[in-house]
Design a protein around this ligand. Structure first.
Ligand SMILES: [Zn+2]
Ligand SMILES: [Zn+2]
Length: 339
């Protein structure tokens, strides 16, 4: 089968590799759509994402597909089932798994990071990584279950309450999903900071009352005029020094700041403890997607959350290299690969 194999920094090629054999509890999934994520780019650039990736590995961890074959012990899935994949396969037996912290599983296998992933015609996963998706969902929508599940964990930890004023920094796929989840959670007024115009327009269409370019001159005053008490929750979805520091700057009294964007491991930010004290700010972070994939699929199935307008392009496996090499192309929005 054809697969996009990561061989090292700045080195991905489309190779012919063996179709994996499912073990007893495994399922072989025919991949129908696989999203390109910031983590894939971090790996390509040689930076550490959420997990270490040792080449050669097939990347791609946001995918959906059709069950092709099942292992001898798998009874809950059969060939033809339409499924979304949770890339994180936990052991269920270690200290963390046994104490409700399975996202820190000491034997975690990450499909698309530590094991071969979804930029391939077929992918082998454990049965516990699969959730069936509705027939009315496209595979591209199904592939969004993973980023949605990560956002849900972040939203839970941010503690967005009905009536909150929320600032979302960054209007990429994650920022747009966060925005829609905040709307669904009953946030009162939501503002977004995003430099790209069409992403600001999308935010306004999805329920933001204000969407401003953070690089423009009078953005701060506009924001503070509309939100004189600043924000109850700030969700940072970029992962840069400036945006992280901005997130704390716009945090109101008794607020929570969610530092969701993935920074480089060396990134540092300036934090004034006095500010944190004076405004009683809770600083939080969110690590992957424990126990949220079921809710993500349920939101998609019920159409309480729609994501079709976030998908900017669907490309073939052989064209997927351009996503890694062309920054302006991928800045447009979520790119889906159809192997
Ligand atoms: Zn991802
Ligand atoms: Zn474990």
């Amino acid at each position: 089968m054809k697969a996009a194999v990561f061989h090292g920094v700045h080195n991905i090629s489309i190779d012919d590799i063996q179709v994996p054999e499912p073990n007893d509890y495994d399922v072989l999934v025919k991949v129908k759509a696989c999203g390109v994520c910031g983590t894939d780019l971090h790996i390509y650039e040689g930076a550490k994402g959420a997990a270490d990736c040792k080449p050669p590995t097939v990347l791609g961890h946001e995918f959906s597909g059709i069950v092709e074959r099942v292992g001898t012990k798998v009874t809950e899935f059969s060939p033809g089932d339409r499924v979304a994949v949770d890339p994180n396969n936990v052991c269920g037996e270690c200290r963390y798994c046994l104490s409700g912290k399975a996202h820190f599983c000491s034997r975690m296998i990450g499909t698309g990071t530590t094991a071969d992933g979804g930029f391939a015609e077929y992918c082998r996963v454990h049965r516990r990584q699969l959730t069936k998706i509705g027939d009315h969902l496209s595979f591209e929508e199904g592939a969004m279950a993973e980023p949605i599940s990560c956002c849900l964990h972040g939203l839970d930890l941010t503690g967005v309450q009905t009536g909150d004023d929320v600032l979302i920094i960054g209007g990429g796929t994650i920022g747009q999903i966060m925005l829609r989840l905040c709307v669904a959670a009953g946030a009162s007024r939501i503002a977004m900071l995003e430099p790209i115009a069409h992403k600001r327009e999308l935010a306004l269409k999805s329920g933001a009352v204000l969407a401003e370019n953070p690089l423009a001159e009078n953005t701060d005053s506009k924001l503070l005029k509309a939100f004189p008490f600043k924000f109850d929750r700030v969700i940072e979805c970029v992962g840069s020094k400036a945006t992280m520091e901005n997130a704390i700057r716009f945090a109101g009294n008794a607020s929570t700041v969610m530092l969701f964007g993935l920074t480089s491991p060396k990134c540092t930010i300036e934090v004034y403890p006095y500010t944190i004290f004076q405004r009683e700010i809770t600083l939080r972070s969110s690590y992957i997607n424990p126990y949220t994939i079921g809710r993500a699929v349920s939101l998609l199935n019920s159409r309480k959350l729609t994501v079709r307008d976030m998908i900017m392009d669907v490309i073939s496996l052989k064209d997927c290299l351009k996503v890694f090499t062309d920054a302006s192309y991928r800045a447009q929005g979520k790119i889906m690969v159809r192997p």
